[in-house]
Write a protein that binds this ligand. Sequence first.
Ligand SMILES: Cc1cc2nc3c(=O)[nH]c(=O)nc-3n(C[C@H](O)[C@H](O)[C@H](O)COP(=O)(O)O)c2cc1C
Length: 541
Amino acid sequence: MHNKFPHLFEPFKLGSVRLKNRITKAPLFTAYAHKDGTVSSLTLEHYKEVAEGGVGMIVVANGIVDESGSISKYSIRVDDDRFLPGLSRLADTIKKEDAAAVLQINHGGYFAHGRKTFSPSSVSLSDLNLGGLYKTALKSLDFQQQLAVLSEAIQQRPSRPKKMTEDDIKYMVSAYAQAALRAKKAGFDMVEIHGATGYLPVQFLSPRINNRKDQYGGNLENRMRFPLELTQAVMDAVGSDFPVGYRFLADEWIDDGFPLDEAKIFAQRLSDLHVAYLSVTAGTYESFSRPEIVEKSHEPGYMVYLAENIKEVVDVPVITTGRITAPQLAEEILREKKADLIGLARPLFVDPEWPQKAYEGKDEDIVPCENCGACFQLVVSDRSALCVQWGKTKLIKRKNMIKEVHNPRKKILIAMDESENATMAAAYAADMLANRTDVTITLFHITTDESIKDESGIKEMMDIARSILIKAGIPEKAINIQIRQKKAGMGNDILNEIAEAGYGTVVVGRRGVSRANQLLFGSVSNKIVQNAKDCTVWVVE
Ligand SMILES: Cc1cc2nc3c(=O)[nH]c(=O)nc-3n(C[C@H](O)[C@H](O)[C@H](O)COP(=O)(O)O)c2cc1C
């Protein structure tokens, strides 16, 4: 038992998943994914760092269940199997550090970005109380940046979302279920349905927003129908051995909004479905910037009373979040049984080592979140999150990584066998890419029984290829050489490298065999042309 914080470091079980302690990373959307929705190296670095800090469970924020629901240019997407490799790497990265990996799944409803957005009612965004949100989003930008953000928002977002038909509702329920199943396939331990912050499930629950006259609108029973149906569908899809949590809105904190007394009834219904936990929050983009809410949210543990209220009426574990910056407060909440688990969003963004420092009794070394709002301002203006409290080195490193995510260099692989085709492939690439500074090129050689005998010859060939590229104006530091031993055969090894490192272009020479022979025996280049995914292949003859 831990001397100083015995409750905080007590293990816990969510369904079949064991947590090593009661500290969880509450979801904090960072906008670190690539524009195509794939997991970036920055995403991996961020979650690895948090996992290494000793937290018991990590909720990865905001995996998008359908393209129409994306809330930012840099959201992680879960709506297609092509996202599986990156999601698997992310789940592995977290689990390697003995933290449970949870993927939050979401649809933004009318807060989504695309040309076609969905909502239960055809509410115009200008009817909503979003002045505070826009002010927050624009506050930290200069005039030019403000214009850019506004014009992009106007171009991208239709003024009214499509009012969902019953078919749209069925489709969306199934999109959540498919996304959850994909998270399971990728190796996550759990999923968390995002039912807070004003996104699609809340748009159904809120009596202000939902003005439908059918079975999905009107009284509470009808307004709960969509979130309950989607929760059931998610649970059916993943099976009973896979825990499904719910990010829960306990109060919309706005007049005529979804109130606590209705939330308690909804919580009981989710508890009856046996969700794995309720992670209790409050407020939406319409209420966050109301002066009384801003004031309230400066208080340590400002949402604990809501967790307590919900805990009283449910049989499932409850997570509480909201300015729990000190382990002493976390310990007290657990000791007094106000919640079962502690959620830390910004505190772990500022200082991922919060759990480890508390464990070692060095809690005075924890860097507490100062509630400056910078991370929030960044993500709501569609930029990637940073923390101004980080040290200079980390801040600079992250800024550079963010630049790379927003404007990725094109990654090119030149497959180099031991024949002169390889040098031809390099010469062709040099011609095509002359003077390009936005590329990184990898000269990639798989050793064969023949080539292994002539190590110096291979090195010489790689050096010739490198100098051809440098002569064509490719910066020296943008050229890498990689020599690997054959594992699964030349073609397969190259294909594995393409998939793992995410190359956009592959250049390969075709061996000097006749077309008839190629048809008969196949060739490395044919194999790559036929099997490389999401990548252009240049075959040089
Ligand atoms: C920048 C930022 C991004 C957030 N993104 C998410 C999110 O993607 N999903 C979610 O459920 N909550 C999100 N939240 C809410 C947090 O999980 C948390 O409830 C809130 O920040 C209060 O807790 P904290 O004081 O520990 O940060 C976000 C909060 C911030 C500040």
